[in-house]
Design a protein around this ligand. Structure first.
Ligand SMILES: *[C@@H]1O[C@H](CO)[C@@H](O)[C@H](O)[C@H]1NC(C)=O
Ligand SMILES: *[C@@H]1O[C@H](CO)[C@@H](O)[C@H](O)[C@H]1NC(C)=O
Ligand SMILES: *[C@@H]1O[C@H](CO)[C@@H](O)[C@H](O)[C@H]1NC(C)=O
Length: 182
């Protein structure tokens, strides 16, 4: 049963990826060129951080955009969001060094979203070379960036017991997802 659930999540993630990839990738690319100019290594897309960013963005959706940026927080504060942790199956003990950076820009205008990260107090996290991975979630006007490290304290490790996904499942998922898209 649990394995079936995780396969559904996998399928969901796959579909989400198909529909969101371009925009998040553009933002990540912008952030990485900012890091390049600060001599910080590029951030690599991190799946768990992506999941967390999506879920937090879901929570932000109802919040007013008037204040423009949500509070930047250390990702251990996700313990306030038990549903996020359990849905993404992240061990909260591996999130203490991570950061969650929410930003609100009407219509998520691409250039404004990027400058809201690179030309604000957020910049000091963005140019920090201790961060190595990133996840991005979007919902309405909100963009949520989650930063991870390559130390255990910020690795966003899985709580899940590995369930055996048989390899034949993957092509079936792929075909299913095509059926959804077309
Ligand atoms: C996280 O750390 C606390 C305290 O050190 C421990 O009680 C808890 O079991 C840990 N959680 C996980 C999922 O390892
Ligand atoms: C951040 O976005 C807001 C729109 O929500 C914009 O008015 C503001 O100029 C942006 N700030 C920066 C530093 O880009
Ligand atoms: C990172 O940004 C902070 C504040 O924006 C600045 O003080 C610091 O010098 C920057 N570090 C690098 C390596 O560019």
């Amino acid at each position: 049963m649990e394995c079936f659930g995780s396969r559904l999540v996998l399928l969901h993630a796959f579909l989400l990826l198909l529909s969101l990839q371009v925009r998040s990738d553009d933002l990540l690319q912008g952030i990485n060129s900012f890091r390049n100019s600060a001599n910080a290594p590029a951030l690599v897309k991190h799946d768990k951080a992506d999941c967390v960013a999506d879920e937090i963005a879901d929570k932000m959706e109802d919040k007013s955009c008037a204040s423009n940026t949500g509070a930047t927080m250390q990702s251990q504060l996700m313990s306030d969001y038990p549903a996020v942790l359990s849905k993404c199956e992240v061990d909260v003990n591996t999130t203490t060094d991570g950061m969650i950076l929410p930003v609100c820009v009407p219509k998520r205008t691409a250039t404004l979203v990027l400058t809201n990260y690179t030309q604000s107090q957020n910049a000091k996290y963005l140019n920090d070379s201790k961060f190595t991975g990133a996840g991005i979630g979007t919902e309405d006007d909100w963009t949520v960036l989650v930063l991870t490290t390559n130390t255990r304290g910020g690795s966003f490790a899985s709580t899940a017991h590995r369930c055996q996904t048989h390899y034949y499942v993957l092509p079936i998922l792929f075909l299913l997802s095509l059926a959804f898209v077309y």
